[in-house]
Design a protein around this ligand. Structure first.
Ligand code: SF4
Ligand code: SF4
Length: 370
């Protein structure tokens, strides 16, 4: 059974939320990690511009200062997104991070985009998992000595909820890695959209793409391994994947990517059950929270941590005036799986079960209130 530490959001003049978070992580044992001289990746989601539900940079600042006081070399990091929003390349991504306060003044820490300018800077971590043989992890995270995750706990349209596993597994994947996570099928070329720009041909590591006499990309399916790199790089939506995976398979893949991220490195995780929006912070808006803010939790075990948070959200009463209330007016929904009510096609349990099976952690936990 893993220990999960919890602090509520009540404060006094001598104990504000930053002080409470620091006390929480110390009580949970973060100081037992030897940070001296170690590159410490603090994996966090900077929030898509326009979304305001992400973790405030003030928390990152407090944690970064603590890690430095312990001798570490912390940096804030995330990988580029697959879709063409405000964080799909390092230039836009850094601007988005700065806009949301993840800059050396507000967050008191430098930001490194883990998979580089165009998402091509990654390491393949041998895993031989049931779903993923060699997850593609952003180099800055793959090369870090220690991994700390700060996770906004909220709903997610494909995974059910987003917590530590989602932030670590999906969030650390390079753009090609994200494609692998999102779909198991091979890419196809939309001939109407293809401009013959040759980007896919240039970056296909398996030499599976060529440009035909008609200046349209062609895929040799005998060579294609379905890595998704061409889809990630095509700027014209011409290289696209076929049918997507089920939520169950996606969550299992996320668990395997998380295993590749953590490896045998020291790691520690903090979940914030605040602004529990129905969907992920990748959207350029955050719909009204579905439950009240509950608190901050910390653990060495990301599986136990996510399970504890999911249980707390299940037990909590629903708020009114949100997506959940549209379909369940006048219902408190205490004891109901609210993430499943909002996203009925998802199965978040599958990810935690698979994570436990492959040895990342355990779903059994002891909740200790700080
Ligand atoms: S990157 Fe896209 S547009 Fe360019 S050749 Fe490949 S499929 Fe066509
Ligand atoms: S999915 Fe990967 S291997 Fe297949 S064509 Fe695209 S880049 Fe090449």
């Amino acid at each position: 059974m893993s220990k999960v530490y919890f602090t509520n959001l009540r404060t006094t003049p001598s104990s504000n939320l930053l002080t409470k978070m620091e006390r929480l992580v110390k009580r949970a044992g973060i100081e037992s990690i030897d940070f001296k001289g170690q590159f410490t990746a603090v994996k966090i989601h900077f929030g898509e511009p326009g979304n305001l539900a992400f973790i405030r940079p003030n928390y990152a600042a407090r944690l970064a200062n603590l890690l430095r006081s312990l001798g570490g070399k912390p940096f804030l990091t995330d990988s580029n997104t697959l879709y063409s929003g405000g964080r799909s390349n390092a230039v836009d991504h850094l601007r988005a991070a700065m806009e949301n306060g993840f800059n050396p003044i507000s967050a008191q820490c430098d930001v490194i985009i883990a998979d580089g300018l165009k998402g091509t800077d990654f390491r393949e971590v041998p895993l031989d998992g049931e779903y993923c043989k060699a997850p593609k992890i952003g180099t800055a995270i793959a090369d870090a000595d220690i991994v700390i995750s700060m996770n906004h706990f909220k709903g997610h349209e494909q995974a059910g909820f987003g917590g530590a596993l989602k932030n670590l597994g999906m969030g650390s994947a390079s753009r090609g890695g994200k494609m692998e996570l999102h779909s198991s099928s091979q890419p196809v070329i939309d001939r109407e959209e293809c401009t013959g720009c040759r980007i896919c041909e240039k970056y296909c590591a398996h030499k599976a793409v060529s440009i035909g006499a008609d200046k349209i990309a062609e895929i040799d399916y005998d060579k294609c391994v379905g890595c998704g790199q061409c889809v990630a790089l095509c700027q014209y939506s011409a290289a696209v994947m076929g049918e997507g995976d089920t939520s169950e398979v996606l969550n299992c893949k996320i668990a395997e990517y998380t295993k590749a991220v953590l490896g045998d490195k020291p790691n520690f995780h903090i979940n914030f059950i605040m602004n529990v929006s129905p969907e992920c912070d990748c959207w350029n808006h955050n719909d009204a929270a579905i439950i009240p803010d509950l608190g901050i939790l910390a653990s060495f075990d990301p599986v136990a941590l996510d399970q504890a948070c999911a249980d707390m959200v299940t037990k909590a009463p629903a708020l009114s005036g949100n997506r959940l209330a549209e379909h369940h007016p006048h219902e408190h929904l205490e004891g109901e799986d609210k993430f499943h009510l909002i996203h009925p096609d998802t199965n978040w349990q599958s990810g935690l079960e698979h994570a436990e099976k492959i040895g990342i952690g355990t779903r059994a936990y002891e909740l200790i209130t700080v």
